[in-house]
Design a protein around this ligand. Structure first.
Ligand SMILES: Nc1nc2c(ncn2[C@@H]2O[C@H](COP(=O)(O)OP(=O)(O)O)[C@@H](O)[C@H]2O)c(=O)[nH]1
Ligand SMILES: [Mg+2]
Length: 291
C-alpha cells in the first residue's frame, strides 16, 4: 500500500458515518501530509445526522476540510466525490501538470466501511458499468490484486481497484466497542453477548427504543440477559433441557443467548432499530474549538 500510495494524486478515505470521530487510522496523515484528501463518511442511511454541522466543524478542527456523506448502496452523494477530487488536485500546486496527464486516486479505510462498495458505486455512476470489486460482509475480504478502474473521462481519472486497508485506531474500550458495533472488527474478538450488552446500553442512553417495538417487548429494559431471553423466545431460539432436582427430572426451557445476541446485532446493523450517532458523546464532550 505504501508503494502504491506514491503513484496516487489523491486519497479517498472511507469511514463509517455512525462513528465520524472514532477509529480512523491517523498514520497516513503523517505519511502523506500534503496529498489531497477527501473523507467519505459512508452508510449515512444508518447514521443519525441531526448534528451534521457539528460533525463537520469537529472534523474541520482536525484539518479535514473535504467531507462527503454517502450511501453507497443507493448511490446517494457518490456523484460529489470525483468533482471534489478533481477540484482538489487541480488547485494543489504540487500537482499542476499538463492537461493531457491523467489522475490517479486510491480508496483507503478500515475494514467493512464500504470501500469496495464505493469503488463499485463510482464505477457505476461514471461509466455505467457493473461490479468492479468484490464486496463482502466480513472485514478483510478484498484481495490484493492491483489494477486500475477509470472513473472519469474529463479529466481522465483512474482509481486503484484495490482499496488500502488500514487498521482501526482503538484509543479506549468504548471506542473499540463502537468500532465492533459497526462491524469493523470481527465480532468474536469482542464476543457477541458483550457487544449486545453495549448495544442495549447505547440504545437506552440515546433513547432509541425501536428494539422494544421490533421484538415486541413489554418495555425498555437495561438488563441484557432479560432482553436476550425475550428475544430468544420471540425467535423460537430455545431448547428444552432436563434438569435433575431432588424431587425428580424437570424440563426447563433454555434460551439460546448467543443466537439472540447475533440477531440483535444484525437487526441493528441493518438499520432496523433506527439511525444512530455512536459518537454523540464525543460531540457533546468537546465543544468545537474556536479557530
Ligand atoms: N447500509 C449501508 N450498507 C453499506 C453501505 N456501503 C456498504 N455497505 C455494506 O457494508 C458492508 C461492507 O462493505 P464493503 O464495501 O465490502 O466494505 P470494505 O471492507 O470497506 O470494502 C457490505 O455488507 C455492504 O453491503 C451504505 O452506504 N449503507
Ligand atoms: Mg472490500
Amino acid at each position: 500500500m505504501q508503494s502504491s500510495l506514491k503513484l496516487v494524486d489523491c486519497i479517498i478515505e472511507v469511514h463509517d458515518a455512525r462513528i465520524p470521530l472514532s477509529g480512523r487510522n491517523p498514520l497516513f496523515q503523517e505519511t502523506l501530509g500534503l496529498k489531497p484528501h477527501v473523507l467519505v463518511l459512508n452508510k449515512m442511511d444508518l447514521a443519525d445526522l441531526k448534528e451534521q454541522q457539528k460533525i463537520i466543524q469537529h472534523l474541520e478542527g482536525e484539518g479535514l476540510k473535504n467531507v462527503v456523506f454517502t450511501n453507497c448502496l443507493q448511490g446517494e452523494n457518490v456523484k460529489q466525490i470525483i468533482p471534489t477530487v478533481t477540484g482538489l488536485v487541480g488547485s494543489s500546486c504540487r500537482y499542476h501538470r499538463g492537461e493531457s496527464l491523467e489522475y490517479c486516486a486510491m480508496v483507503i479505510g478500515i475494514p467493512n466501511v464500504g470501500k469496495s462498495s464505493l469503488i463499485n458505486a463510482l464505477r457505476r455512476q461514471h461509466l455505467r458499468k457493473g461490479k468492479a470489486t468484490r464486496v463482502g460482509g466480513e472485514p478483510g475480504i478484498t484481495r490484493a490484486v492491483m489494477s486500475r478502474i477509470q472513473v472519469c473521462e474529463r479529466p481522465l481519472m483512474f482509481l486503484l481497484d484495490t482499496p488500502g486497508v488500514l487498521a482501526p485506531r482503538i484509543e479506549s474500550v468504548e471506542m473499540g466497542l463502537k468500532l465492533a458495533l459497526c462491524g469493523t472488527v470481527l465480532d468474536h474478538l469482542v464476543g457477541e453477548e458483550t457487544l449486545a450488552d453495549y448495544l442495549l446500553y447505547t440504545l437506552n442512553r440515546h433513547q432509541l427504543f425501536g428494539y422494544v417495538r421490533h421484538y415486541g417487548l413489554g418495555g425498555a429494559c437495561d438488563d441484557i440477559a432479560s432482553v436476550l431471553k425475550q428475544v430468544a423466545v420471540r425467535l423460537g431460539k430455545t431448547q428444552k433441557v432436563k434438569v435433575l432436582t431432588g424431587t425428580g427430572d424437570v424440563n426447563v426451557i433454555q434460551p439460546n443467548y448467543p443466537a439472540a445476541a447475533r440477531d440483535f446485532l444484525q437487526t441493528f446493523r441493518r438499520g432496523l432499530l433506527g439511525p444512530v450517532m455512536l459518537d454523540r458523546d464525543v460531540l457533546q464532550r468537546s465543544p468545537v474549538a474556536e479557530p
